[in-house]
Write a protein of this length. Structure first.
Length: 114
């Protein structure tokens, strides 16, 4: 089993920055890909960014150049640095981790508003 705990969400003004963290509690399993997804009110959950165990990254077009995903394999932790935030980035952000199964965190709210 893998438990994911997100932190770092909150309220920020447009143009501001936030850093999300997701720590995975895992025993006897190796975590492969990790990532961040988001779901805005009335919309489907969408991919934000993913990162492989080796550090290869993938981003949604809407966040390229503004968001950066990274991970610390020793700590089983993934990060999402979000810069130049826009109101349309407002959503619940979910952490995702893959072993032989897919695991999700409970989500952290990010609100971008003046």
């Amino acid at each position: 089993q893998v438990q994911l705990v997100e932190s770092g969400g909150g309220l920020v003004q447009p143009g501001g920055s936030l850093r999300l963290s997701c720590a995975a509690s895992v025993r006897f399993l190796r975590i492969n890909d990790m990532g961040w997804y988001r779901q805005a009110p009335g919309k489907q959950r969408e991919l934000v960014a993913t990162i492989t165990r080796g550090g290869s990254t993938n981003y949604a077009d809407s966040v390229k150049g503004r968001f950066s995903i990274s991970r610390d394999n020793a700590k089983n932790t993934v990060y999402l640095q979000m810069n130049s935030l826009k109101p349309e980035d407002t959503a619940v952000y979910y952490c995702n981790a893959q072993t032989f199964s897919t695991y999700w965190g409970e989500g952290t709210q990010v609100t971008v508003s003046s």
